[in-house]
Design a protein around this ligand. Structure first.
Ligand code: NAD
Length: 338
């Protein structure tokens, strides 16, 4: 008898379509989908290897064919769907942010722990070759002591639907795509001790949340840094996505023409004085992250973007919102919802 494949149901086919596409290519996965938008379901069925489309989330959760769910739904649905999925013992991959606030996040984390299922946040940046390599260089000590980290995520974004509502989003730009940049900052710099933020809505007047944020950071190890995110920038000036400065060198991810990871290190004299572009594998972060989720389930491993990382990213965002509201620096960890 053929070995049963792992049944994964992707819920929500916005960005979830790319998750579905990744699973669709895997020989050991049966792909299930669920979306209330019939056009999106039709498109996925036409383009991908879909075993079955469920009409409702509840129907998918009740199905014994489904071993795991991939929740790619609006932020205000994350908590309820994840709690229900945990209740029926399904493994969970959930799009970032894990939830809109720490209370919701902790409910999800506790439920997953209680039932003993895998819980992973879909933070593809941790799997992006540039970040993986940069972390490796830092760990090898090639930059010496790190003292300054900058992350910039600038672009023009068209918001609509649930993203217009601060309540449904849990905030604005920072809790949405900005949290990827938060994850990049934390994965490069470690635990954060203090944040001081300023934010505003300058361009996307139709949304309730902020479209732009600036945060100054002090890491627990003493490193300082900053994070700038915006959905309102149509023509960004020259900037790197991330830059890490150490006592023995620097590295950065250049965007656009000649984009990629660059390093200059006095510990690698063979590279010379000029920055050198690093060879990186060309892989899709989505494919690597979806494969990681599958392997964590099949091999009973803990995801590298598990509850701890998901919560740390969200805690940073919540602290930044508090700082912007009060005009005061905010210390981490936040004393709430533990
Ligand atoms: N990793 C990334 O790069 C990335 C990019 C974009 C969005 N996201 C995250 O993905 C999640 C979804 O965002 P999005 O941009 O895809 O949103 P979206 O609005 O484009 O897609 C959400 C989908 O959920 C469906 N849906 C809503 N209610 C439903 C229900 N009751 N049953 C079934 N389907 C339902 C909608 O029809 C829609 O197709 C969010 O958490 C967001 O932050 C991540």
């Amino acid at each position: 008898m053929a070995k049963k494949k792992l049944g994964i149901c992707v819920m929500g086919l916005g960005i979830g379509y790319l998750h579905a596409k990744s699973y669709s290519k895997m020989g050991d996965v049966d792909l299930y989908i669920c979306d209330i938008d019939k056009e999106k379901v039709k498109r996925a069925e036409a383009e991908l290897e879909v075993k079955r489309a469920f009409g409702t989330i509840e129907e998918a959760l009740e199905s014994p064919e489904v071993d795991a769910v991939d929740i790619a739904l609006p932020h205000d649905m994350h908590r309820d769907v994840a709690l229900r999925a945990a209740e029926v013992g399904k493994n969970i991959m959930i799009e970032k942010p894990i939830a809109r606030n720490l209370k919701e996040a902790d409910e999800i984390i506790k439920a997953a722990r209680r039932v003993g299922i895998k819980l992973m946040v879909a933070e593809w940046q941790r799997f992006a070759p540039s970040i993986v390599k940069a972390r490796e260089f830092i760990k090898r000590g090639l930059l010496g002591k790190i003292f300054l980290i900058q992350v910039n995520q600038l672009g023009l974004f068209k918001v609509g639907g649930w993203r217009l509502s601060r309540e449904r989003m849990g905030g604005g730009n920072l809790i949405d795509s900005g949290i990827h940049a938060v994850d990049a900052l934390l994965s490069l710099g470690g635990d954060v001790k203090l944040v001081f933020s300023q934010m505003g809505r300058f361009v996307l007047k139709e949304m309730e949340g902020e479209d732009t944020s600036v945060t100054v950071v002090r890491f627990r190890n003493g490193t300082i840094g900053n994070l700038i995110t915006s959905w309102g920038v149509s023509t960004p000036g020259p900037h790197a996505y991330f830059t890490v400065y150490g006592t023995d060198g620097s590295l950065w991810e250049k965007l656009g023409k000649d984009g990629g990871l660059y390093i200059r290190s006095s510990k690698l004299p063979e590279l010379g004085e000029e920055p050198v572009k690093v060879d990186l594998p060309e892989v899709s972060g989505f494919e690597v992250e979806c494969r990681h989720f599958v392997e964590c389930i099949l091999q009973d491993r803990e995801p590298i973007t598990g509850p701890k990382e998901a919560r740390a990213d969200l805690e940073f965002v919540i602290a930044a919102y508090r700082s912007a509201e009060t005009g005061m620096p905010v210390r981490l960890p936040l004393q709430e919802a533990m």
